[in-house]
Design a protein around this ligand. Structure first.
Ligand code: G3H
Ligand code: 13P
Ligand code: ZN
Length: 311
């Protein structure tokens, strides 16, 4: 099995009323934890790399880790650039073997977003690579971009047909109230998503795969594991799992998860050191971290996304 694009995955997910998990990867233990979980439940996967991950771990190392995961699991895996912000970055990932890229032009004007996205689509499609575009702005932090709540904006459904037609994108990320990071809703408030916006987008773009960023649920167990072992995280509220289930049944075919992986990994490492303050072999504390990621991802694939058995 070689790396695949997300085309077939999205077609089946749309028809089947489930979503594909898109998990951010930064090192070997994260790749192993995610792919071992997917192997156990026979789920297709999107592994995504941000520009920060690429700077941290290096393109070739990440590429080879994902290739190793394919050899070990024999699963259909799509390797995707998360939040590409320039044509050059997307080109570099396409030339370097990724099968999917996101060009995030959501910080530009509508016309400039179309122009930049079209340029990436032309380059990608000629080489058999698929492209995710974005309309609307999520709050939160992604790499160098910090979007405040005030600057965040829901996707305007009236713009989606023009955007998709003029750019030729293969999938579209929209903003319906999710946000990046661990602090998605104010403590004491009730999480809410604009399912009416998603419905309207779905009506205007029949059979078209929609992407949900900022979809971590911020599992309390892991926040408690951090705070119970010397951490000091403020109250963190994520996207309730039943809302993700609802989105997956609708047009949402790709659900992005990163913060939950970070919390699981950090929680288990903090716990390990709290219990073994004299240990210093990285394999000892990275093993439970990898196991925590595996458990988290398995639960997402089976109980939230519904993509188990679909590989
Ligand atoms: O949306 C952003 C992802 O969580 C990636 O985060 O840019 O810090 O690697 P990063
Ligand atoms: P979270 O911060 O909610 O995990 O979102 C990740 C994401 O959208 C990556 O693109
Ligand atoms: Zn994102």
């Amino acid at each position: 099995m070689a790396l695949v694009t997300s085309t077939e995955m999205f077609k089946k997910a749309y028809e089947g009323g489930y979503a594909i998990g898109a998990f951010n990867v930064n090192n070997m233990e994260i790749v192993q934890g995610i792919t071992e979980a997917a192997k156990e439940v026979n789920a297709p996967l999107i592994l995504q790399v941000s520009s920060g991950a690429r700077k941290y771990a290096n393109h070739t190392y990440l590429m080879k880790l994902v290739e190793a995961a394919i050899i070990e699991t024999n699963l259909p895996i799509c390797l995707h650039l998360d939040h590409g912000d320039t044509f050059e970055l997307c080109k570099s990932c396409i030339d370097g073997g990724f099968t999917s890229v996101m060009i995030d032009g959501s910080h530009h004007s509508f016309q400039d977003n179309i122009e930049l996205t079209r340029k990436v689509v032309d380059y990608a499609h000629e080489r058999g690579v698929v492209v995710e575009g974005e309309l609307g702005r999520l709050a939160g932090i992604e790499d160098a971009v910090n979007v405040s709540d005030a600057d965040a904006a829901f996707t305007n459904p009236a713009e989606v047909e023009e955007f998709v037609t003029k750019t030729g994108v293969d999938s579209l990320a929209i903003a319906i109230g999710t946000s990046h990071g661990a602090y998605k809703f104010k403590p004491g408030t009730k999480p809410q998503l604009r399912f009416d916006v998603l419905e309207e987008v779905e009506k205007r773009l029949p059979n078209f795969p929609i992407v949900l960023h900022g979809a971590s649920s911020v599992i309390p167990e892991f926040v408690e594991m951090i705070n119970g072992n010397g951490g000091k995280m403020p109250d963190a509220i994520g996207i309730p799992e039943d809302m993700l289930r609802q989105a997956a049944k609708m047009a949402v075919c790709k659900i992005n998860i990163d913060s939950d992986l970070r919390l699981a990994m950090t929680g288990s490492i903090r716990k390990y050191f709290n219990e073994h303050p004299d240990h210093f072999d990285p394999r000892q504390y990275l093993s439970p971290a990898r196991t925590a990621i595996k458990g988290l991802v398995k639960n997402k694939l089976v109980n939230v996304l519904g993509c188990d058995g679909k590989a």
